[in-house]
Design a protein around this ligand. Sequence first.
Ligand SMILES: *Cc1c(COP(=O)(O)O)cnc(C)c1O
Length: 363
Amino acid sequence: MGRVINFNAGPAGLPLPALEKARDELIDFKGSGMSVMEHSHRGKDYEAVHREATARLTRLLGLPDSHTVMFLTGGASMQFALVPLNFLKSGQSADYVMTGVWSEKAIEEARYLGQTRIAGTTKQADGRYTRVPGQAEVQFAPGAAYAHTTSNNTIYGTQFHTFLDTGAVPHVCDMSSDFLWRPTDLSRFDFVYAGAQKNLGPSGVLVAIAKKDFLAKGRTDIPKIFRYTTHAENASLYNTPPTLATYLMNNVLEWIEGQGGLPGMQQRNQAKADALYAALDRLSGFYSVPVEKASRSVMNVVWRCPTEALDEKFVAEAKKAGMVGLKGHRLSGGIRASIYNAVSLQDVQALVSFLDSFAKSNG
Ligand SMILES: *Cc1c(COP(=O)(O)O)cnc(C)c1O
């Protein structure tokens, strides 16, 4: 069977060369007579993969020495709890910017551990979000332990195209669904985290990029395994890391480098988003995009047909045409195409043709 065009929101499609490489190396990794996942995480073969993935991320992002890369488990949801556990000390409060479902989950976990405050929100009366706030709509409390933001809202299809300036308050950002979509200066951030399964690999590994000075301020009276410093000081080899997921991520990072790095990704992603939104705008008599133009996500594009029945029909017929993963999240309904790094312009052009023919035969 051939490969389908995959618009899944996460776990998402992976670049074919990254999978082909894994297939070719699966049984016998580099002449070692075993698979990479059968190697000790303390052996030189796996360590080389681990080091290479770290070096690639550092290179792609142009990370300065002030920052360190970590590979963690538990996904972004685990960081919703570990961030306040490490950095929200008693007597302090943490600021959260509310822009979608994941921000809500993040603050919910923090509330178990300490004081929180909403620094800004674009939640509507109907519970939905159709845009991200501008700088003037957000006030950060001087002295806050940190300010937490979500760079891309996977479910509602909104994205910060300019990051908020948190001033003197340390900036913590969940970049799970748009990490590595373009060149980004992460030196401005104190702590960034992203699960791999959207834009950089399979599920099972999470990348965190932390400012070393900020890490040093973390609590030391919590179990060692929950301290970020434990993982940072041990090059993410304190305990057994997700070796197979890290290996696959390294293949994806190699593919990104081969595509011109992050400038290449930006060009590719912008072209896809421009093509898809242009078609939706051109066909606005049939499709509607709930997101305000300035907040439209380059990664998760959401829209609706005139009726819910037509949304369902769209998803079913697209599937027959070889395009999967288009059903919107149950909270927002409608249709969503996740067009992460691995999705090609050709894939999006196929979707655009389908948008045209579906509108013509159902409008
Ligand atoms: C997918 C996602 C998460 C949750 O990731 P898990 O790995 O399932 O914990 C958190 N934040 C954002 C922005 C996401 O897109």
